[in-house]
Design a protein. Structure first.
Length: 223
């Protein structure tokens, strides 16, 4: 796994491990609705929304207008994997242009921070500084990082398929249009990496690693 000194190296078509946690390690997701709102912001940023025409009246006359939507990054960012934890999150993304990731994260984080502060009647920062972004430079990093991301919720949930993560998409239990697991799953179809030549499925790759999950999570801590 790349070292933490490789933050914010912006390259075209680069893969990045993005993560951040709550300010002072506080929770950023307090209720199930909070998780769903964050995921919805990801969805809106990564899918093409249908244009909605709204009607409004002004001085007795009716007008049509296009509903304002947050910026869309469908053509600029691919989300490969994710998991949301009570006080932090992990994303694995591919950016097309050098500044795609920065704009994408600014949009999602700003929207969620505004939502969180308004809902819980608070002010100030929600997240601890700017997000961290590590450039992944080898194919095997993609493979192992998705496993790390997907076993992260073991800290709070023994059933990984019920966590707020992309793991069900990797198992074929769900098809989320704005998540792209194919680039990782293809390693198992093509057997291109030595460490999976004797492993038939992604589920086996992840589940067989549970016994070592605490050590792995600790070694890749976001602290």
């Amino acid at each position: 796994m790349p070292g933490k000194d490789r933050f914010k190296v912006y390259v075209e078509n680069g893969y990045y491990h993005i993560y951040n946690r709550g300010v002072a390690k506080q929770k950023i997701f307090l209720k199930s609705q909070d998780y769903k709102v964050f995921l919805n912001y990801l969805k809106e940023a990564l899918t093409t929304a249908k244009i909605e025409i709204i009607m409004f009246s002004l001085r007795g006359q009716s007008f049509k207008a296009i509903e304002r939507r947050p910026k869309n990054f469908k053509e600029e960012v691919n989300l490969i994997a994710y998991c949301l934890m009570p006080n932090h999150f992990h994303l694995l993304i591919k950016q097309k242009n050098k500044n795609s990731m920065e704009k994408f994260m600014r949009s999602v984080i700003t929207r969620y921070s505004s939502y969180f502060n308004k809902k819980y009647d608070r002010v100030g920062h929600v997240f601890q500084g700017r997000y961290k972004a590590i450039l992944l430079e080898k194919d095997e990093y993609l493979l192992h990082l998705t496993r790390y991301i997907h076993i992260n919720p073991l800290e709070i949930n023994s059933d990984l398929t019920k966590a707020y993560s992309s793991y069900p998409d990797y198992l074929g239990l769900r098809k989320t249009k704005w998540v792209n697991p194919e680039i990782v799953i293809r390693f198992f179809n093509q057997k291109t990496l030595p460490e999976i030549t004797k492993i038939n499925t992604y589920k086996h790759f992840v589940e067989s690693y549970k016994k070592d999950s605490k050590a792995v999570i600790g070694s890749l801590s976001i602290d």
